[in-house]
Design a protein around this ligand. Structure first.
Ligand code: KG4
Ligand code: ZN
Length: 338
């Protein structure tokens, strides 16, 4: 069974084909970063226009590789969460293609796709597990019970971890979007007397807050003219603080549930320090495992959408599904798919 996945929730236009026997067959992506770089952030209107333009080129590439009408059993598209205009392009495209070729169409949740993306290449991951979802817009701790059943244990009360990485990287003169660049710069940093706060560390709940940490870093950066070594030291102190607080809360969640499997997913899960420290934590305190996807599947991609579609394929009554987008679709409300 083959699924065509369509992802247009934000600023990446992505199409992929996943086969439940052969695995990932095609993974195409058009990256809009250059379009938004001058603005220091994503401009929603430009994002939807670029999706509408590029999706045609990407589907052409796929048409050249496979016969969609004959070979594709399901079209899965991101229905939310995401930017309204961007979602609409993907949803309309998916539904038109499905209607014209008589292929069933399935709306899927972008965050569920991120969360299960490590399973694309690692079939040994089993429910239940604790999920740390860290992207440009979300920072959540999830109790994952089974496909479609998730409990949000913790959430960011303000900015997402990825958003904080992007903002501070921008202030340090790195190009948008720049979480990875900040992390590379941090490698050149040395331990200094800079110490950044670990926000909400002593709160008993599992929520996060990154806006204060962002302000703390901003004030330091703006207080003097910095040389490259000082910038690297700031990047290191900032990265240490973000990763520490993510893992402090994740550790609490693992203890609360008594589970010893952790999945980290979303763009920030490509962060090497987060991976290294979470591996150490899982071995030392839980005798357990941490799973994450290959870097190209951590940030937005359609492979995870097609894969998720394949998991739902046998569980759904397609005729009862509406064609829709849900820009604020929360992971603990997947009733649409049950
Ligand atoms: O999941 P994603 O592609 O988009 C959303 O759904 O939000 O995540 C993008 C985020 C950006 O904020 C980016 O700076 C961050 O992931 N990111 C990183 C790294 N690679 C990407 N943050 C820290 N370290 C990295 N290596
Ligand atoms: Zn994402």
């Amino acid at each position: 069974m083959k699924v065509l996945g369509i992802e247009t929730s934000c600023d990446d236009t992505c199409l992929a084909v996943y086969d439940n026997v052969q695995g990932l067959l095609i993974n195409e992506l058009y990256n809009q970063k250059k379009i938004h770089a001058n603005y220091g952030g994503i401009v929603p209107e430009l994002a939807s226009r670029a999706h509408a333009k590029k999706i045609i080129f990407l589907i052409d590439k796929i048409f050249k590789k496979i016969n969609i009408k004959k070979d594709i059993d399901l079209i899965a598209y991101t229905a939310g969460p995401g930017l309204v205009g961007s979602l609409l392009v993907g949803a309309t495209f998916a539904c038109s293609l499905g209607f014209s070729l008589n292929i069933p169409v399935l709306p899927v949740n972008h965050m569920e796709a991120h969360l299960l993306s490590p399973m694309l290449e690692c079939k040994s991951i089993k429910f239940p597990f604790i999920g740390l979802l860290v992207s440009g817009k979300h920072t959540q701790i999830i109790a994952a019970y089974k496909l479609g059943k998730y409990e949000i244990l913790g959430n960011s009360l303000d900015d997402a971890a990825g958003e904080a990485f992007d903002k501070i990287a921008n202030l340090l003169g790195l190009k948008y979007p720049n979480g990875r660049e900040l992390s590379n710069l941090a490698l050149k940093g040395v331990k200094s007397d800079l110490y950044f706060p670990r926000p909400m560390k002593n709160h008993s709940n599992l929520n996060f807050s990154f806006s204060g940490l962002k302000t703390f870093a901003t004030n330091i950066i703006k207080s003097s003219i910095l040389n490259i070594q000082q910038k690297a030291n700031i990047a290191k102190a900032f990265e240490d603080a973000v990763i520490d607080i993510l893992l402090i809360k994740t550790q609490k969640a693992l203890y609360q549930k008594g589970w010893n499997n952790l999945v980290i997913a979303g763009g920030v899960s490509a962060n090497k320090l987060l991976r290294k420290k979470s591996e150490i934590m899982m071995k030392k305190f839980f005798n357990g495992n941490v799973f994450y996807a290959a870097s190209k599947f951590c940030t937005d991609n359609a492979a995870m959408i097609a894969y998720l579609g394949s998991l739902y394929y046998n569980k759904l009554n397609f005729s009862s599904l509406e064609i829709l987008i849900k820009p604020k679709w929360s992971l603990d409300d997947l009733s649409l798919l049950s």
